[in-house]
Design a protein around this ligand. Sequence first.
Ligand code: FNR
Length: 346
Amino acid sequence: MTWIEDLARRADAALPDYVSAYYHSSAGDGSCDREGLADWNAFRLRPAVLHDASAQDTTAEVLGTAVAAPILVAPMAQQVGARPEGEVLTAAGAAKAGTLLGVSTNTGARFDDIAAQGAPWWYQVYVARNREATRLLVERAAAAGARALILTVDTTPIGREIPAIDPRNWPEGPRKNRTANLTAAELERFGPDTDMALDLTPDTIGWLAEVSGLPVLCKGVLTARDARRCVDGGAEGIIVSTHGGRRLGNSVTSAYALPEILAEVGAEVEVHVDSGIRGGAQAAVALALGARAVHVGRPVMWGLAADGADGVADVLTRYQGELATTLRQMGIGSIRDLRPGDVVTR
Ligand code: FNR
């Protein structure tokens, strides 16, 4: 058993079944989730010997923010299901590990409380049917210190195969299932129109950049053609993602899609990747292929559920340590020296 599988078991034991099932769940027949894990291992790293590898530098900048390593926390909803404080603890763990977190639209924590932990953070946007609700949230996130917006674009209804947790099951009450960053009166006023809009176009990117004054990354892109449309629409970053295999059961995997997207827009914007990255060696593969950063989802949630902020920090520092060890074994002193030629496909 890997340390992450062991951690998942401890998290599952600590959580009510309906919460752990929601965290594990994947779309369709689950093959995108399963193969999303396997496809990272289809890439093999080429070790190198007789190079001075006495020190490793994993530090990086992501959209201008310095991090200890380009291993970031993916935005995930429902963190209050893991711990009542939710993202406040995740942010504290990220701060301890010297990295950055994504904060979901459906966070049960307040922006100011997350920001107070000191970790840089990006606000993930599900655009609401009522654009006024989104404008309010984005303005509040920017005012609280979010440094970028992650516009999640894989929201078409056909892919929405993950049933939401019934809000009535949440110990903290229905509001915790949505956002803590609209008032009760606002939630009442917007009603069902805080649900995801399904009429997004590339123009949405420019609108969000204008409303927030922040750079926008598009998350959930899996083809070169869509990456091009995002960049032409003003995106400053692309996050290649299958949503952890939670959108379309038999979609292509992130590892498979990454090279074509890098070839299309990698010279113009930062390309990041997530879904199925289960350790520092896999992060090294993604970085060697040309990704500027990886985002980690479920393992962080499991760390939060099992051990709170310390659990989050532990997951992230283990990934960082594994990345440094991998570099050492490849005879490489800095992540900047990783090249596509360091990877072969099986
Ligand atoms: C997610 N993900 C997600 N993405 C997003 O843009 N907004 C969200 O609110 C959520 N919520 C969410 C909840 C849970 C429980 C999970 C597991 C995932 C997707 C997430 O950002 C990321 O793409 C995947 O989790 C990455 O895959 P791994 O690392 O979990 O394999």
